[in-house]
Design a binder for this molecule. Structure first.
Ligand code: GLA
Length: 402
């Protein structure tokens, strides 16, 4: 082959490569742009499981719009498993006509009329975890249906997927959603089984990192089917410690939905739970009955200073920077140059916990103001370190600003 022909062939090959690569790059930009900060909202599963209906979803949307949650940033109202019952003769997914007599479109319209966004759940396998029809083989058809109904968010589960390749399965649904032209956040829910943090960026906006959370501080209880083991809140936190590098604007580690207010932990423990989700840049998806929560639980979910840490524009996930037995220090760099810091006491008795500036990667001589994000008080200027008494199973969460 003469040189000019070889050059022309090379040019053609390069042009072809660009042609193939550009849509992928474009898809990535679109996908990441759908969740510049971790999504905030409410999901039916943790409290209501399969007991979902249009009445429930409407009354939850009413509550979120009026109880301070919308003002605090909660946006998505999400129906989890069990809204779907079958497929019609054309393969279209059918919602439960008893529980959703007005249809999903009318329900999405209602949620939107409250200034909120609406989301649904499906599964990459033949059936959902609760045995309802999954989306395998119907991805484009389902995505189009969700878009026509007005969905803004899809949680996509991993039950009954057989030997499917997870990256391929989630990419198929991600592309199907993008192809509808409607912006729809994609929540990857494969429980960390296929390490979605290694491939999820550009495919989903958030990915579960663990099995399901249970409403306990800590537990090693077996699941009803005898398999090991349920995860309490602290086991989930421990599993996040090494994943911080994978998270960032548009693509977040998801340590599962909140249990705050569901009754299995003390108020102190729920405050710790919420503080950790914020320092971890986790999606804040409430999972309690927000129509009837106590003022203490409402105050936790709507603490604007803690929510601001979660939603910080830098999008850096916090990490553990100190551990001494039951005492831990977690730190998260924020966009104004400050650090959000958690002094954590896992132990059974109150104890003094100290953070040094070295742990925060600040020079020791640097004076910095410290503000308590739960009492909403400025605690003064400190140099080199800060310490505070921390209750059992509690946190002191501060912002350290040089
Ligand atoms: C899985 C998910 C849960 C929930 C249920 C629904 O267990 O991890 O979050 O969606 O399925 O069946």
């Amino acid at each position: 082959m003469d040189v000019s022909l070889a050059r022309r062939n090379l040019g053609l090959i390069l042009a072809l490569m660009l042609f193939v690569m550009i849509p992928t790059a474009k898809a990535q930009v679109q996908r990441d742009s759908l969740a510049p900060t971790p999504p905030m909202g409410w999901n039916s599963w943790n409290k209501f499981a399969c007991n979902v209906s249009e009445d429930l979803i409407k009354s939850v949307a009413d509550a979120i719009a009026t109880n301070g949650m919308k003002d605090a940033g909660y946006q998505y109202v999400l129906i989890d498993d069990c809204w779907q019952v079958s497929r019609d003769e054309n393969g279209n997914i059918v919602a439960d006509p008893q529980r959703f007599p007005s249809g999903i479109k009318a329900l999405a319209d209602y949620v939107h009329s409250k200034g909120l966004k609406f989301g649904l759940y499906s599964d990459a396998g033949t059936k959902t975890c609760a045995g309802r029809p999954g989306s395998q083989g119907h991805e484009y058809q389902d995505a189009l249906q969700y878009a026509r109904w007005g969905a803004d968010y899809l949680k996509y589960d991993w039950c009954n997927t057989g030997t499917r390749n997870a990256e391929e399965a989630y990419a198929t649904m991600s592309n199907a959603l993008l192809a509808t032209g409607r912006p729809i956040v994609l929540s990857i829910c494969e429980w960390g089984k296929n390490k979605a943090w290694l491939w999820g960026k550009g495919i989903g906006n958030l990915w579960r990192t663990t099995g399901d959370i249970s409403d306990h501080w800590s537990t090693q209880k077996k699941w009803p089917d005898g398999s090991c083991c349920q995860l309490g809140m602290v086991e989930i936190v421990d599993l996040q410690a090494d994943l911080w590098a994978f998270s960032g604007p548009g693509h977040w580690n998801d340590p599962d939905m909140l249990e705050v207010g569901n009754g299995g932990m003390t108020t102190e423990e729920y405050r710790s739970h919420f503080s950790f989700w914020a320092i971890l840049a986790a999606p804040l998806i409430a999972g309690n009955d927000v129509r009837s929560m106590t003022p203490e639980i409402n105050e936790i979910l709507t603490n604007k200073e803690v929510v601001a840490v979660d939603q910080d524009a830098l999008g850096h996930q916090g990490r553990r920077v100190g551990k001494n037995g039951d005492q831990e220090i977690w730190s998260r760099p924020l966009s104004d140059g400050s650090r959000a810091v958690i002094l954590f006491n896992r132990g059974a008795t109150p104890t003094e916990v100290a953070v040094s500036w070295t742990q925060l990667a600040y020079p020791e001589h640097l004076p910095a103001s410290v503000r308590d994000l739960w009492t909403h008080k400025d605690l003064g200027k400190f140099t080199g370190s800060f310490s505070s008494k921390v209750p059992s199973h509690g946190v002191v969460m501060v912002k350290v600003l040089p």
